[in-house]
Design a protein around this ligand. Structure first.
Ligand code: ADP
Ligand code: MG
Length: 489
């Protein structure tokens, strides 16, 4: 089986693995430490107990009035009550009494002078050792006391130099094993409990993250209308809120983009439609001129004239198209500067007199103020484009003998510019739409007077780029008025 890399594991598995490893090391070291501490504690307790037994034994030997050989029975009884093995050894190492060995077998007992506890007691006076007894074949804990001058008691069975007590360790070991088992079982129970808890908690922690991931993958597959459900009030909940905000913006962007796309394709359809008609008629005139040799010079000239005018119109259309696409893509940069409103408008009206006269319209420049020094801020090239569009509309959609008035007036924070005519006016239901590209009230008439349908769209864009709005008010057969404001310096 291949072991997966830690980083490739799920969040939940990581949490569980780390927690359990941590738990294992903590519990195991706690268990080992407590077992070692308890063992030390009990060893000290055993030594204390055995010392007390030796003290008691000394006291009894010194104070009992029992005579030999009952002395041995007395000592055996004492050892049994104290649950110890009692051994008396003389200075040469010979065992003279052992509570676990019958008195007549003693001569066969090995010399005890080299027993570790006995050996060490010669220097330490009291010494202990833990080992298997060769005499009785059991693990024992021994405590020996040395009497350098021999134990002198009136009724000691025989003179001895070492008093040794021992306790069967089997009992103690049994107790140790019980203790160890309990501690280990307790640790195991703790590990299982905390592991289960970790499993549960990690599930709760990772669930909201998994939810987020699920939602995100749905969004990836194009479902934009769902939202991240905030399942908790912690950092993950916060993340969900942020993601929702992001999604909201994304959704807006997508909507915007789609709208833009339809606008673009509509624009393309409009443009090709606008171009097709003049190009067809141009083709028609040129074809006739090429194929019909019998055309009179008058007709020939007429056709050439018409073809020329169509070419001119195509040129105007092309310029308007370039303008509007540059404006809309943000490519057209305005260069603002101060200029005298009066001088600028006066010159512009002068230039447009011919156009007005050609249609028998009187074009008048009549300021609403006597202040000729008003200076506005703007891009005069672009503003000239605005005003000439408005003025030529006022001329074109007028009637013979009509009048166009160009004017300006100072207002709060700026100057308001007007173009007013007393022409045909714009029907109410069309007013909203005349600023759209290619929108005309009467397409036939617009084309007849050389319009492209783009003029007011360009006007609107340029006016808005100056931080202003273009307004219109119109009454049918009464005339129209267009106005906007510029900042003054
Ligand atoms: N002063 C006006 N009086 C009446 N109608 C107007 C006036 N100005 C604009 N319009 C209407 O608004 C439409 C859009 O104008 P515009 O965008 O300049 O396009 P174009 O003049 O090329 O047709 C015109 O076709 C016309 O129907
Ligand atoms: Mg126009």
């Amino acid at each position: 089986m291949r072991i997966p890399r830690f980083s490739s594991l799920s969040l939940r598995k990581k949490i569980i693995i780390v927690n359990i490893l941590l738990l294992f090391s903590v519990t195991l070291s706690a268990a080992v430490i407590s077992i070692l501490e308890l063992q030390g504690f009990y060893k000290k307790k055993i030594i204390d107990n055995l010392s007390t037994v030796i003290d008691e034994c000394e006291f009894l030997l010194q104070n009992s009035a029992v005579a030999l050989p009952d002395e041995y029975a007395f000592l055996t009884g004492f050892a049994e009550t104290a649950r110890v093995r009692l051994t008396l050894i003389d200075s040469t190492g010979r065992v003279i009494f052992d509570s676990k060995v019958p008195q007549d077998s003693l001569p066969r007992v090995e010399n005890h002078l080299n027993r570790p506890e006995v050996l060490r007691s010669r220097t330490e006076l009291t010494a202990h050792a833990e080992r298997l007894s060769t005499t009785v074949n059991h693990p024992f804990f021994y405590l020996a006391r040395y009497y350098p001058d021999g134990f002198s008691a009136q009724n000691s069975p025989a003179p001895f130099s070492y008093l040794r007590v021992a306790i069967d360790l089997n009992e103690v070991h049994f107790f140790y094993n019980e203790l160890r088992k309990k501690i280990l079982l307790g640790s195991l129970a703790a590990i299982i409990f905390i592991a289960a808890l970790t499993y549960w908690v990690s599930g709760r922690v990772t669930k909201p993250i998994l939810e987020l991931a699920k939602t995100a993958s749905l969004i990836k597959s194009g479902e934009f209308d769902i939202r991240f459900r905030p399942t908790s009030e912690d950092e993950i909940g916060e993340l969900a809120d942020v993601l929702n905000e992001m999604l909201k913006r994304l959704r807006q962007d997508v909507v915007e983009l789609r709208k833009l796309q339809t606008v673009r394709s509509q624009f393309l359809a409009n443009v090709s439609h606008e171009l097709r008609t003049p190009i067809f008629s141009l083709q028609g005139y040129l074809e006739t001129l090429l194929e019909k040799d019998d055309l009179g010079p008058e007709l020939r000239k007429d056709f050439l004239n018409k073809a020329f005018r169509i070419a001119m119109r195509l040129n105007i259309l092309l310029n308007d198209l370039i303008d509007i696409s540059r404006i809309e893509s943000g490519e057209m940069k305005l260069s603002f500067r101060h200029f005298k409103v009066h001088d600028w408008l006066e010159a512009l009206c002068q230039e447009m007199q011919n156009k007005a006269a050609a249609r028998e319209i009187s074009l008048r420049f009549s300021p609403d103020t006597s202040d000729r020094t008003i200076s506005a801020i703007g891009d005069t090239t672009r503003l000239t484009q605005v005003m000439s569009n408005l003025i030529s509309n006022a001329i074109k959609y007028n009637r013979a003998g009509g009048e166009v008035v160009v004017s300006y007036r100072k207002v709060e924070n700026g100057v308001r510019l007007f173009v007013r005519d007393d022409g045909q006016g714009i029907p109410r239901e069309h007013i909203e739409r005349i600023f759209e590209r290619f929108y005309r009230v009467d397409p036939q008439r617009s084309r007849a007077v050389g319009g492209t349908g783009l003029g007011l769209a360009i006007v609107k864009h340029i006016v808005e780029a100056h931080g202003s709005t273009i307004h219109v008010s119109s009454d049918i057969n009464q005339g129209s008025e267009f106005w906007f404001e510029l900042k003054i310096s």
